[in-house]
Every structure is written in structure tokens, then in C-alpha cells.
Design a protein around this ligand. Structure first.
Ligand code: R5P
Length: 244
């Protein structure tokens, strides 16, 4: 699994802390990224020790890791629906977490997220939104009073230029995400492309989320508003848990 910046020890503390929240019988959403991977490994250890849980992976990578760790798995389509067990908790990382405060004329309440650094945010949002409790796991480098990182938007390949124009109209500057080890663009697990969009400081995440969701060609964007329930922040010496 790819790693991002930040201290790996702090990410491990955050991930392991959230993994302790799973209890017998739970269906657990398994996030993507280097911090969520620590949670999946810890869950794997707990399954070895007898914990009875099933995981709902959010990506090819989290599915592979869960399989390696011996965690029984369930598809989202099996978990959610009239006959499904639902998802009790989801554990997932983030590229940025708003800690709250004034942003221009608006007030960011805190707990809003930017996700999608690993291009997994479309399935992550499905799983995280379906969960009864969504636990975010981060190291302190991800915390910021306001959201100002580049925002990933997964787009239908044919809609790439139309969405790019809509992003410019909304005040952002889109860049097609390119692959590191192949010529050409990053292709998501869903066969789509990703535009990384620089909006500067996002003063009203809820409004931007609504605008982007209503744009034809947008499969999913990485703004997660009103979804997080707890933020587990791994620090140099322990873990801080913030209720949202
Ligand atoms: O698409 C990827 C996900 O949204 C990740 O959860 C996010 O990029 C954070 O990853 P990491 O924990 O590696 O920084």
C-alpha cells in the first residue's frame, strides 16, 4: 500500500486505536491508504485472536490486505440493502481534516475531510457514508483549521474536459492525475480518471460539495462533509480522539 507523508508511528497509533473499536459480530468498513492499513493489520491480529468481524473493503488494495490478514470479507452490495447486515463502523484515513474555525465569511465546523490521495474516494464515500459510525484515522500533519489541499475528483473519461471547465467555473484549477510508473493518467479501480483541483482555501465545503455532485461527469469528489463521527489522531506519544 502506498504511503503518504507524516510519521508512520503516529499513523500506526491512530489506526490501531480505531481498530480497537470493533466488537464481535461487527461489519467493518476497511478504508484505503497507509493509515487505514495499520487499522486493517490490527484487525487482522484481533481476528487471529478470535474476534468475529467481517470487513467491507473500499479498494483493490484494502481487499488484498484484508485477505492477507485473514479478515473475512463482504462486498458493499451484500452488506448494504434490505437483507444485508449493514456496516457497523468504518475506519478510513484522510488527506486533510478541518479542525474548524473561520474561513473567509463562513465557519468551518470541523470534521470535514479531503480524501482521494489514493484515488479510492468514490468507494470510500459509499462505505463511510453507509456506516453507523465513521472513524477517521490521521497523523497530526493532516489537521488544518480549514481545507486548502488539492481536491481529487473522479470523472468519467469522456467527461474530463467538461468537468474541468465546470471546476474552473467554480473557482478551481484542475490537473489530470498522471501515473508514476506508466505513461498516461491514473485509472481508478472503477475505470475512471482523476482531476486534482486546486481551490485554495475551501470556505464553504458543503456548498462546493453540492455544486460538484451536481456536475455531469463527476463520479465522486473527495469532500466528505457531515460524515465523520470520530477523528483518531496519532501523536508522538499517544492518540487523541475527537468526537465530531
Ligand atoms: O484515496 C485514498 C484515501 O482517501 C486515503 O484514505 C487518503 O489518501 C489518506 O491516505 P494516507 O493514510 O496514506 O495518508
Amino acid at each position: 500500500m502506498k504511503t503518504s507523508g507524516g510519521s508512520d508511528a503516529a499513523k500506526r497509533r491512530a489506526g490501531e486505536s480505531a481498530a480497537e473499536a470493533a466488537t464481535d459480530g461487527d461489519v467493518v468498513g476497511l478504508g484505503t491508504g497507509s493509515t487505514a492499513a495499520h487499522a486493517i493489520r490490527r484487525l487482522g491480529d484481533r481476528v487471529d485472536a478470535g474476534l468475529d468481524v467481517r470487513g467491507v473493503p473500499t479498494s483493490f488494495a484494502s481487499r488484498e490486505l484484508a485477505a492477507e490478514e485473514g479478515i473475512p470479507r463482504l462486498d458493499l452490495s451484500e452488506a448494504v440493502g434490505p437483507d444485508g447486515p449493514g456496516i457497523d463502523i468504518a475506519i478510513d484515513g484522510a488527506d486533510q481534516v478541518a479542525t474548524g474555525g473561520e474561513a473567509g465569511d463562513a465557519l468551518v465546523s470541523g470534521g470535514e475531510l479531503i480524501k482521494g490521495g489514493g484515488a479510492a474516494h468514490a468507494r470510500e464515500k459509499l462505505v463511510d457514508a453507509a456506516a453507523d459510525r465513521f472513524l477517521v484515522v490521521v497523523d497530526p500533519s493532516k489537521e488544518s483549521p480549514r481545507l486548502d489541499r488539492s481536491l481529487p475528483i473522479e470523472v468519467l473519461p469522456a467527461g474530463r474536459t467538461a468537468v474541468a471547465a465546470a471546476v474552473r467555473e467554480a473557482g478551481g484549477e484542475p490537473t489530470l492525475r498522471r501515473a508514476d510508473r506508466k505513461d498516461g493518467p491514473v485509472v481508478t479501480d472503477n475505470g475512471n480518471l482523476v482531476l486534482d483541483c486546486a481551490f485554495g482555501e475551501i470556505t464553504d465545503p458543503a456548498a462546493l460539495s453540492t455544486t460538484l455532485s451536481a456536475t455531469p461527469g463527476v463520479v465522486e469528489h473527495g469532500l466528505f462533509v457531515g460524515l465523520a463521527d470520530e477523528v483518531h489522531v496519532g501523536t508522538a506519544s499517544g492518540v487523541r480522539v475527537d468526537e465530531v
